[in-house]
Design a protein around this ligand. Structure first.
Ligand code: GDG
Length: 541
């Protein structure tokens, strides 16, 4: 059964665009994320060139925030970023503009030492927090929190979050009004609290792109770490999650691990240390116009010429970063089972897999990719037909966003079977772009299930037999049924552009963090205590 979102949990903020514009005018907007909107390279002739940063987060946020000319704070990822920062410091340039005079954003890089960055990114953020938040641990064996983890925590994660906070504060030096600061994702959980210590008036918001697990699972991290993470988040005025369930888990986690936190589950807020934090769900989406443009661009059309070599009478597609939470191996096992159970489809259906290599410096990712390759090899060996040259699985590897979008136009079935994930934007891109009334098979663990589940074939992510059956049902579904579902999916995505995701966050920032502040600036804790909403500290059933 598909979970529906209670209306009150996603209701629009009641703040219209003109009020957002009026209230935010004159306020500096700061966005902070680990990865920035561009990365620099140092050329032989002494100049710098810049390349657009990769990843869904950067694409989504930069597309919509640029009208407000934000200052973007990001970690220096390349030698070029570091050299460009040195140049800016030497010349007193302050903010870095992208080459070519683009004015849509200005940049400041945080430049941690290699050791600090390794601890923050390669030891805490990705192997620990990402795995925890996707429920990916094989708990009898992992994680092991050792002295080395603690060193990475203090010298890496805490230290780099402090650097981000310092850089944010420095960027606000000349602000006449308290700036609006929007923090992104799991790399920066401590940052809001650190900024609040120095700038009590700052307007702070944090959006978490990945799931937020239940308190029991968080217990696998030492109390001091999980408590610091929750308290850091409670430095914000508003915290946002992909789904209402993740937002509720956050409140449960605060109730469990933050002494003195008072939770209002009905009003969706946490009061701690004299400060109220609103807890909301903002399901992220795609920039529909930009995705369409990219899918029909010259670059994407170049792929239209050879991609059909991979298609068959029926084509099943998946597009993912190559990583364990996407559940790629089980998807292949389900396809194997489908071919076994429905021999009549052998030779007539191809499973095309587009995979973007990801985080190959994390051991589990490498091992997972090995598992994927071994599974593909085994299934292809089992079914390949030497006479016709047919092989069931076609694997296309490499970073190429236009190619991924071009492929989405063609599928008959799109498989998005992630185990537990934030949103899975691929489901939305496919629904928007597909031209063949393709059927979406969607995991209950994908955030997108809340919006798209009624018109997709839903599967439990570990259910190989059920996924095999869903592939069969999708391939035999009558045209009128496929068309009805595909049209509804497309309409849902068209009505839910990423612009709305951003506007709703700005609306809540205005509603909860700026308006009450302007009205009650001097009241401090009184403003919290005087709020008419009761603050029951108990969980709803
Ligand atoms: C996290 C959360 C959440 C595809 N090939 C390439 C490429 N893509 C694009 C896809 C899609 C995006 O990458 C992946 O979207 P996901 O939603 O699966 O995102 P994650 O990367 O897992 O990121 C996730 C998301 O944040 C946003 O909040 O939905 O749940 O895990 O747009 O079309 N992108 C590039 N090169 C490719 O070859 N750069």
């Amino acid at each position: 059964m598909v979970t529906t979102v209670a209306e009150s949990e996603t209701a629009p903020t009641g703040v219209d665009q003109s009020e957002i514009d009026r209230v935010l005018e004159g306020r500096t907007l700061i966005i902070a994320s680990n990865r920035g909107p561009v990365t620099f390279s140092f050329e032989d002739d002494g100049t710098f060139s810049a390349r657009k940063g990769s990843g869904g987060l950067v694409t989504a946020v930069s597309a919509i925030a640029r009208d407000r000319r934000p200052i973007w704070i990001a970690a220096a990822m390349t030698e070029g970023d570091r050299a460009r920062t040195e140049l800016a410091q030497r010349t007193g340039e302050g903010l870095i503009s992208p080459p070519g005079g683009g004015s849509e954003f200005r940049l400041r890089f945080v430049v941690p030492t290699a050791n600090a960055y390794r601890g923050y990114y390669n030891e805490i953020s990705n192997p620990l927090l990402w795995f925890l938040q996707h429920y990916l641990w094989d708990t009898p064996r992992s994680p092991d929190i050792t002295a080395e983890t603690w060193r990475a925590w203090h010298e890496g994660y805490v230290a780099v979050n402090r650097l981000f906070a310092e850089e944010i504060v420095a960027a606000c030096e000349h602000c006449t009004e308290p700036p609006v600061i929007m923090l992104q994702d799991y790399h920066l959980y401590l940052c809001g609290g650190f900024v609040r210590e120095t700038m009590p008036d700052a307007v702070l918001q944090h959006f978490v792109h990945i799931p937020w697990p239940d308190p029991d699972y968080w217990r696998l991290l030492p109390l001091a770490m999980r408590q610091a993470i929750c308290e850091g988040m409670l430095g914000n005025d508003v915290v946002g999650f992909q789904t209402p369930a993740h937002a509720r888990s956050f409140m449960y986690t605060c109730e469990s691990y933050v002494p003195g936190a008072s939770i209002d589950y009905a009003g969706r807020s946490v009061v701690w240390n004299g400060h109220r934090t609103e807890v909301r769900a903002y399901p992220i989406s795609i920039d529909t116009a930009a995705v369409r443009r990219a899918a029909y661009s010259k670059e994407a059309r170049a792929h239209d010429r050879y991609l059909p070599n991979h298609w068959n009478e029926f084509t099943v597609l998946r597009v993912d970063r190559a990583e364990p939470s996407k559940n790629i191996v089980r998807g292949f096992l389900a396809f194997d089972r489908f071919l076994e159970a429905h021999e009549e489809f052998q030779g007539r259906v191809n499973f095309v897999t587009i995979m973007v290599p990801s985080r190959m410096d994390v051991e589990e990712y490498k091992t997972y990719l090995d598992d994927v390759s071994a599974t593909v090899g085994r299934i292809n060996a089992r079914y390949a037909n030497v006479e016709t040259g047919w092989q069931p699985i076609h694997m296309i590897m490499g970073e190429n966003y236009p190619r991924a979008l071009a492929a989405m136009k063609w599928y008959d079935v799109l498989l998005v079977n992630s185990i537990i994930d934030g949103m899975n934007l691929v489901a939305k891109e496919g629904a928007l772009l597909n031209e063949r009334n393709g059927v979406l098979i969607l995991s209950e663990g994908a955030g997108a299930a809340i919006q798209l589940g009624d018109d997709a074939l839903m599967i439990a992510p570990a259910d190989i037999e059920g996924t095999a059956e869903a592939i069969y049902q999708a391939l035999i579904m009558p045209l009128h049924e496929r068309r009805r579902r595909a049209e509804r999916l497309r309409r849902i995505v068209e009505n839910d552009d990423v612009g709305m995701w951003f506007r709703e966050q700005l609306g809540d920032i205005v509603r909860y963090a700026i308006r009450p502040d302007a009205e009650n600036r001097e009241r401090g804790l009184d403003a919290v205590a005087a709020d008419p909403a009761p603050v029951p500290a108990t969980r709803p059933n």
